[in-house]
Design a protein around this ligand. Structure first.
Ligand code: SF4
Length: 282
């Protein structure tokens, strides 16, 4: 796989915004590179894509560096905005949303469920830094249980959406999503292949991708901002589906692939409107 940062940067990213304002050692750039590499390998041009985001570390950095058209929503609302955009955009325009875990699985979960329900054609990349890191490091709904954070000094003890048999990907599958996967940012070429499949699905796709936050999560949980420590910690707690161990937190791979199996939201709307115009009835 080609991984020439200079090629990727000049074609898809704004050079004046690189390096981004992410903290030194942040792993978000690895996730961003995976998405951009997938776009490149699919031979999509910058004009073929509308980039969407909301708020937080993930949104701010990826939106700021994307060279093409983009849209930003308030916290958790980009999925509703994207559904509206889907109806008015040409079908060949790809909608790629890069958001954070708090945005997607916390405040925006209701909107996310409805995007999945309607099978609106969009690819959502959930860049998971394991909590609310842009506001100082509070725990969130994917923070591993037991982890020390700014708001859980004795360890995160709440039920979350990642353990005890509860998985946010199961919720989204039940809601009708047609492509769901989970990775960590060290998955490299494997994650690139998954993101390509997600983009190729003409329906609702989501890839949940955990990345290392040395500044807040690691400094509290591991007592160190050394990026190598948090990189290794995440890597050691991730395993491909079927190879899980007792201490695996992130089971990686494609969870659900029903690509192109259900009518897509905007197509359904356009066809229905056309039928009513033609026949005066449904
Ligand atoms: S707070 Fe954490 S996730 Fe946010 S930019 Fe800094 S290192 Fe990255």
């Amino acid at each position: 796989m080609e991984y020439k940062s200079s090629d990727i940067s000049s074609a898809y990213l704004r050079s004046r915004k690189i390096p981004s304002t992410a903290c030194a050692g942040c792993g978000l750039g690895m996730n961003h590179k995976i998405v951009i590499q997938a776009i490149k390998e699919l031979k999509l041009a910058v004009e073929d894509i509308i980039w969407g985001t909301s708020i937080g570390c993930a949104g701010r950095q990826t939106f700021g560096t994307w060279k093409g058209d983009g849209v930003a929503g308030t916290h958790g609302r980009i999925y509703a905005i994207a559904r509206g955009l889907r109806v008015v955009l040409p079908p060949n325009k790809e909608l790629i949303l890069t958001v954070g875990d708090g945005d997607a699985f916390g405040i925006g979960l209701n909107h996310l469920i409805h995007a999945a329900r309607s099978n609106a054609d969009m690819t959502v990349i959930v860049n998971d830094n394991l909590g609310y890191q842009s506001t100082g490091g509070q725990y969130g709904w994917t923070t591993p249980q037991g982890s020390k954070t700014d708001s859980s000094p004795y360890g995160m003890f709440e039920h979350n959406l990642m353990s005890e048999g509860m998985d946010v990907l199961h919720i989204l599958k039940g809601a009708g999503a047609t492509f769901l996967a989970r990775h960590v940012s060290m998955d490299g070429a494997w994650a690139v292949d998954t993101v390509k499949k997600a983009i190729l699905n003409k329906g609702f796709s989501l890839v949940h991708m955990t990345f290392p936050c040395p500044t807040n999560f690691a400094s509290k949980e591991l007592g160190s901002r050394d990026p190598v420590k948090i990189f290794n910690w995440i890597k050691n707690h991730a395993a491909p589906m079927g190879q899980e161990k007792d201490d695996t937190i992130w089971v990686t791979g494609i969870y659900h692939d029903a690509s192109n199996s259900r009518p897509e939201f905007s197509r359904l709307i356009h066809e229905t409107v056309e039928k009513i115009r033609r026949t005066g009835t449904l």
